[in-house]
Design a protein around this ligand. Structure first.
Ligand SMILES: Nc1ncnc2c1ncn2[C@@H]1O[C@H](COP(=O)(O)OP(=O)(O)OP(=O)(O)O)[C@@H](O)[C@H]1O
Ligand SMILES: [Mg+2]
Length: 268
């Protein structure tokens, strides 16, 4: 690890045929911070995360996590990384109890301690009643909770979470925030993706705005405001300015309003 940098990404590219899903992205994530990848649907967030984890092979560019190459040193890297994928969840034919016992055994965790921690987290997330229910039969949000607990059970220093709270109820979001805070207090780091401004604003120390495979701004909200020349503006305004969507959104809203007015006139 160099200068407290846990993740280093340089000029990363991944194309799928004609689609430039990730098109020359660079950023760093430091120890002790929650770093958000914020961007609209199809921006390249999941592809970036899969490249970080060595689940996809980059076309060009470098990724280093704890100074390791995720493709060549995957096993070593994953010992210290917890991952929540966009699509929950693996091991559908197990119950959460089976899954956590399995994780504890392959990660060589103390079984009693691991079970106690799992139960504490599940109580907090209101999912303890599903402990012995088949994962396949759980709701989307409850599957997500199981995946979040599974990702932190081995107490990794880095959490990589792809849209971790999109399916969660308000109380569970609060608990996940608490879990992330505790993780940061212990000196860990978090990278997560979201397309929801409020989530990014609420949870992240620094945000990278990603659009059409490119980073259009990186920094604290204050720094992003400066980059967008929008002092005192909301993150949404900054986002629209940096992604150059501000005028097109205004156009869309105007068109919607006009067609709505026309319809009302027709009805009256
Ligand atoms: N396996 C694939 N084959 C072809 N195209 C892909 C593949 N995976 C992603 N893409 C394309 O790459 C682009 C980026 O997709 P990606 O899933 O990274 O976006 P995202 O920012 O995670 O979006 P969302 O908010 O909807 O999850 C999209 O145009 C998508 O259709
Ligand atoms: Mg995605």
């Amino acid at each position: 690890m160099i200068d407290n940098k846990i993740i280093i990404v340089r000029d990363l590219k991944k194309y799928f045929g004609e689609v430039k899903a990730v098109n020359g992205i660079s950023f760093d994530v430091y120890k002790g911070e929650v770093f958000g990848l914020l961007g609209p649907n199809g921006a390249g967030k999941t592809t970036t995360i899969k490249l970080l984890l060595g689940l996809l092979e980059p076309l060009e560019g470098q990724v280093s996590i704890f100074g390791l190459n995720p493709e060549r040193e995957e096993v070593q890297m994953k010992k210290n990384v917890g991952y929540v994928s966009e699509e929950p969840l693996i091991f559908k034919s197990l119950t959460p109890k089976d899954l956590f016992n399995f994780i504890a055994s392959i990660r060589r965790l103390d079984p009693k301690e691991a079970t106690e921690r799992v139960q504490e987290y599940l109580e907090g997330l209101g999912a303890m009643e599903h402990y012995e229910q088949l994962i396949a039969t759980l709701s989307h949000g409850n599957k997500q909770k199981i995946q979040i607990v599974a990702s932190i059970l081995h107490e990794p220093d880095l959490l990589i979470l792809d849209e971790p709270i999109s399916g969660l109820d308000a109380k569970s979001v609060r608990v996940v925030k608490e879990i992330l805070d505790m993780h940061i207090e212990k000196g860990g780091a978090v990278l997560f993706s979201t397309h929801i401004m409020e989530v990014a604003e609420d949870l992240c120390d620094r945000i990278a705005i990603i659009n059409k495979g490119k980073l259009v701004g990186v920094g604290t909200i204050e720094e992003l405001r400066k980059q967008a020349d929008k002092f005192g503006a909301s993150l949404e305004e900054v986002f629209l300015k940096l992604t150059e969507e501000d005028s097109s959104v205004e156009d869309i809203v105007k068109k919607l309003r006009n067609s709505y007015k026309k319809k009302i006139k027709e009805i009256i």
